[in-house]
Design a protein around this ligand. Structure first.
Ligand SMILES: *[C@@H]1O[C@H](CO)[C@@H](O)[C@H](O)[C@H]1NC(C)=O
Ligand SMILES: *[C@@H]1O[C@H](CO)[C@@H](O)[C@H](O)[C@H]1NC(C)=O
Length: 272
């Protein structure tokens, strides 16, 4: 079992407290996109000691990986689509500095992996975690080699199909309890990760490391507007606290406008 299998186990352990009990990601091969090439997330524990280190950071340790993960969420919010999804491939270098009393700034050189097209590109990024209460979202700046926001034929076809379809999309448990995703649902799994990236970006601090766990429910809503509109219930996994968090998310997508979040709200774990 390589790194990938190990990550799945880590996720599974986190799921045990989940009241739905629906997520067991045994069959990793069924959804190769779930675990990206993020083996270095495993160093959460190993890097804990230098969580607030400044200066040059070990690129494979938690503080650098955590800040780089925020860049991944940022890239997904800016450029993601049902056919474009970013993963963190590698952190090449990282530094951190305290900015007076206002927070901490990370400078990062990373490789971002576009999971669906299997392209990798280098990005340089700045992540600023503001200090103080109430907790504020990190501020991210990133520039990558090639970030054209092209509408692809696949996006257009998906959009047309669900815009003019005779029935609205409604799906539960992506992936299902066997870790399986129907091929038809794969674009909506990716779209859900992109939409959830808005939450993960917004909620990230220096004490979190979020990953998408499961779409509990996604329902397409009727709308007169050009975008497709979705109501959803997402499960996110924080690798640091090992908690599964439940969020209600209302969002739209169109090839021209990308993903836009209209409402996000953390909800209590449902009782079954
Ligand atoms: C993705 O690209 C890498 C390097 O460019 C290659 O080694 C790998 O086989 C590709 N993977 C897939 C699934 O095509
Ligand atoms: C995106 O659009 C640019 C400019 O129109 C074009 O040069 C490039 O090849 C396109 N990329 C993809 C992946 O379609």
């Amino acid at each position: 079992m390589g790194f990938r299998g190990f990550i799945v186990l880590v996720v599974l352990m986190g799921m045990r407290g989940s009241p739905t009990g629906a997520v067991s990601l045994k069959d990793e091969s069924a959804h190769p996109n779930f675990v990206t090439r993020e083996q270095k997330d495993l160093t959460v524990e190993e890097g804990r000691g230098d969580v607030m280190a400044t200066g040059e950071l070990n690129p494979s340790h938690f503080p650098a990986r955590r800040a780089a993960k925020v860049v991944q969420h940022y890239l997904n919010t800016r450029y993601g689509s049902p056919y474009r999804l970013f993963g963190l491939e590698d952190v090449h270098s990282a530094t951190a500095e305290d900015v007076a009393d206002t927070g901490r700034r990370y400078h990062l050189q990373i490789s971002a992996h576009e999971i669906i097209s299997n392209r990798t590109q280098k990005c340089s990024a700045d992540v600023f975690f503001p200090r103080g209460e109430p907790t504020q979202s990190p501020e991210v700046k990133a520039s990558c080699e090639e970030l054209l926001q092209n509408t692809t034929a696949q996006e257009e076809a998906l959009y047309q199909r669900y815009k003019e379809g005779h029935s609205l999309l409604s799906a539960q448990y992506i992936p299902d309890s066997q870790g399986h995703i129907e091929p038809d649902m794969m674009p909506f799994w990716h779209l859900s990760i992109v939409a959830s990236s808005f939450i993960m970006l917004h909620e990230s601090t220096e004490n979190t490391l979020y990953n998408m766990a499961q779409v509990a429910q996604i329902t397409q809503l009727e709308t007169e507007r050009e975008e497709l509109k979705f109501d959803s219930h997402m499960l996110l996994h924080d690798m640091v606290s090992q908690e599964i968090l439940h969020w209600k998310l209302l969002f739209t997508w169109s090839p021209a406008e990308g993903v836009k979040v209209q409402q996000m709200q953390q909800i209590p774990k449902p009782n079954h």
